[in-house]
Write a protein that binds this ligand. Structure first.
Ligand code: BYC
Length: 325
């Protein structure tokens, strides 16, 4: 179905319907699953919501790997709850994508065969316990900045999924910052681990917001349709402005010699990440890219019996209903 949509993308759309649709968006109307929508709008949403869902699910892997090694029972319970939340976020988002006529199985297939992406940040490994702190502090912090405006996105099921997700992300961000506070007030070795995690994950965190606006192929149309509310660069700047004082509070240094408060802009000047590295990661060449897809592939194969059992159960139920009629 999704493949058919891509093929028919160029086909004619009634200009009157297109204009009426844009007028609804401009008026701030919510678009619901049964409403008429341009093929490009549907396709963009499937791409963005699908990739967002995949990011939540793949995003469980680096943290899931640390549950057994969490330093206390309390930290273990908190991390477990957080990782379970990410699974829930993935499920809300797959459900929102399904309202657009694509199945979760199709989306998963596209992740596994490389047709669909997941957030670049999860192609980096989590090497120490301090990475759990930085993931919560920076990665969930970046996710909140990106997702809070998405609560006002034009597609109803996506906007509603975001409301619950954002509440949980706030807890995730705080637990990450709490780990960082503990680490920086611990031994010299713990503080060093915290700084090292920040050094490794700072630029990958900046990449989460997507390429610079000038290279963002989808932004203009997505913003016209209010699928996206802010540009990639706007959110990246907001993230830097928000994070620098937090790093100062922790007594950690952002690994950027060009970081400077710009009085005129009332914002920080900062160095851009290495964008060639970003595009390379998107091609599947990140340090943990192969591991991530292999893990998802194994999970998909391990879960085959559950899918088969559910289909068999549904068929049995339908037969019973038919027999009773
Ligand atoms: N990683 O035209 P652009 C989480 C792709 S999970 C990978 O600017 P767009 C969490 C982009 O897809 C949070 N790919 O695109 C989970 C496009 O390629 P395609 C995940 C990226 O869509 C567990 C191309 O680059 N959040 O927080 O207008 C534990 C050109 O880009 C990335 C979301 O998914 C990237 N970083 O803007 C802890 C938020 N950036 O598709 C935490 C929803 C760009 O044409 N998504 N690309 O092949 C969005 O807001 C937007 O899709 C983006 C990109 C801002 C990410």
């Amino acid at each position: 179905m999704y493949a058919q949509m891509i093929k028919s993308e160029e086909t004619y759309e009634d200009p009157k319907k297109l204009m009426a649709f844009q007028a609804r968006i401009d008026d701030g109307d919510r678009i619901e699953p049964k409403d008429w929508m341009p093929k490009g709008y549907r396709k963009t949403l499937i791409r963005q919501i699908g990739q967002h869902a995949h990011s939540e699910i793949v995003g469980q892997l680096p943290e899931g790997n640390w549950i057994t090694r969490a330093p206390s029972l309390e930290r273990k319970a908190i991390l477990l709850a957080k990782v379970q939340d990410e699974a829930g976020h993935g499920l809300y988002l797959y459900c929102a994508a399904e309202t657009l006529g694509v199945s979760r199985d199709e989306l998963t297939e596209m992740l596994l065969n490389g047709q669909m992406k997941y957030s670049s940040i999860f192609s980096y490994p989590a090497l120490t316990w301090a990475d759990m702190g930085v993931i919560g502090w920076l990665i969930d912090g970046a996710a909140i900045l990106n997702q809070v405006p998405l609560q006002r996105t034009s597609y109803g099921p996506y906007a509603r999924a975001m409301v619950r997700i954002c509440k949980e992300e706030s807890f995730h961000q705080r637990q990450g910052f709490d780990i960082m506070i503990k680490m920086v007030n611990g031994t010299a070795e713990q503080k060093h681990m915290a700084q090292d995690a920040l050094n490794r994950l700072w630029y990958p965190s900046l990449m989460m917001f997507g390429p610079p606006d000038a290279e963002s192929v989808h932004s203009e149309q997505s913003m016209r349709w209010k699928i996206k509310i802010n540009s990639n660069d706007e959110l990246r700047q907001k993230f830097v402005n928000q994070t620098v004082p937090q790093a100062e509070y922790l007594g950690l240094s952002i690994p950027d010699i060009n970081l400077n408060w710009n009085e005129r802009k009332q914002s920080y000047d900062f160095s851009q990440p290495d964008w060639s590295e970003f595009f390379d990661v998107l091609e599947g060449n990140g340090p943990a890219s192969v591991d991530r897809i292999e893990a998802r592939q194994a999970a998909w194969e391990d879960g085959a019996w559950v899918r088969e059992a559910r289909i068999a159960h549904a068929e049995k139920k339908n037969m019973a209903i038919l027999a009773a009629e």
